[in-house]
Design a protein around this ligand. Structure first.
Ligand code: NAI
Length: 330
């Protein structure tokens, strides 16, 4: 099985090289992302292995099919970057539904703590021997209400962590989990009552821009918004407006709607053209990490193992339990 591996980073290779040795899978590692300009590289391969910012629209999928590619192996959980309608009947779409919910939930809490205790500012200050405490006043998480949107694998781990901090947890999920001990409320109530909001639902037509002018209007003044899910859950312009008017107290963003052009690359010597991203980053109360929440040793190992196993199972049996089907909305 020959697989073209797109958007390769140094941290991807060790895990995949280890697991592909144990199986009859041969990876060719390309640093470029997969898109309409690079799809030609996949000619002659049985499958492509892709990540969150590769583009798998109808044009790319049709070309992959014409080149003989039969599998899209996502090395991530989300599949919003794949046109499932276009893939149907042509290419199987496989994913890694869970690799470490702890990695993402712990990152969400790390960002929250950094933000509310001003660690990002203190770190820079003490590096320059500035030991002043001015403007570093934070607030206790204990006793605060956190609203969690999406109570799947990651959302539930995040809820457990929050409970450990003595926070009051409210949640919203389109499909609430029965007998979970989670206090579900409507989205309106969640927005109105939460001091902190954390997004853990997938990006779908329904959840696109769920954080917008209207929902921000409903929120408490000073609300802290955490997004480790998908960028387009938040209308970034509306968030910026909410920050400027002081309605939003802080934002912790591991994802951004237009991240595919920038995230995972070093733009330090460049002029970033995205004014909204640039403006958000200049805000003292906005913390941005570049889709890093998944990045732990444990998660990378699990991603490599499951992705290789998905490919092997699919080519050996013609199906795979981790195949994404069009009607499945997660
Ligand atoms: P999951 O499938 O276990 O849970 C998702 C939950 O969202 C489910 O309980 C589902 O019922 C709920 N949901 C579905 N539609 C909804 C809607 N319209 N409104 C509210 N809730 C809805 O997924 P998991 O593993 O917890 O991952 C959550 C998201 O985290 C993924 O979709 C992915 O976008 C993101 N993610 C981000 C990573 C990162 O590195 N930043 C890494 C891994 C996942």
């Amino acid at each position: 099985m020959k697989i073209a591996f797109f958007d390769t980073k140094s941290y991807d290779r060790p895990g995949f090289e280890e697991f592909c040795k144990q199986q009859n899978v041969c990876f060719k590692f390309f640093e470029t992302k997969l898109n309409e300009d690079t799809v030609e590289l996949a000619r002659g391969y049985d499958g492509v292995c892709v990540f969150v910012n590769d583009t798998l629209n109808a044009a790319v999928i049709d070309k992959l099919y014409a080149y003989g590619v039969r599998v899209i192996a996502l090395r991530c959980a989300g599949f919003n970057n794949v046109d499932l309608d276009a893939a149907e009947g042509k290419l199987a779409v496989l994913r890694v539904p869970a690799y470490s919910p702890y990695a993402v939930a712990e990152h969400a809490m790390a960002m929250l703590l950094t933000s509310v205790r001003r660690i990002h500012k203190a770190y820079v200050r003490t590096k320059g021997f500035n030991f002043s405490l001015n403007d570093l006043t934070g607030f206790d998480l204990h006793g605060k209400t956190v609203g969690v949107i999406g109570t799947g694998k990651i959302g539930r781990v995040f809820i457990d962590i929050c409970r450990g901090f003595g926070m009051h947890v409210l949640a919203y999920d389109k499909y609430p989990a029965a007998n979970s001990g989670i206090q579900y409320v409507s989205l309106d109530e969640l927005f109105a009552k939460s001091n902190i909001l954390s997004l853990h639902c997938p990006l779908t037509d329904e959840t696109y821009h769920m954080i917008n002018d209207r929902s921000i209007e409903q929120m408490k003044k000073g609300v802290v918004i955490i997004n480790t899910s998908r960028g387009a859950l938040i209308d970034a312009e509306a968030l910026l407006k909410g920050i400027k008017t002081r309605k939003v107290g802080a934002a912790c963003l591991d994802v951004y709607e237009e991240e595919s052009e920038f995230f995972f690359e070093d733009y330090s010597g460049h002029i970033v053209e995205d004014d909204t991203l640039a403006r958000l980053i200049t805000m003292p109360n906005v913390i941005v990490t570049s889709h890093q929440a998944f990045l732990t040793e444990e998660a990378l190992q699990n991603i490599a193992e499951t992705t290789v196993q998905n490919i092997v199972t699919f080519f050996q049996t013609g199906s795979c339990e981790n195949e994404v089907r069009k009607q499945v909305k997660v």
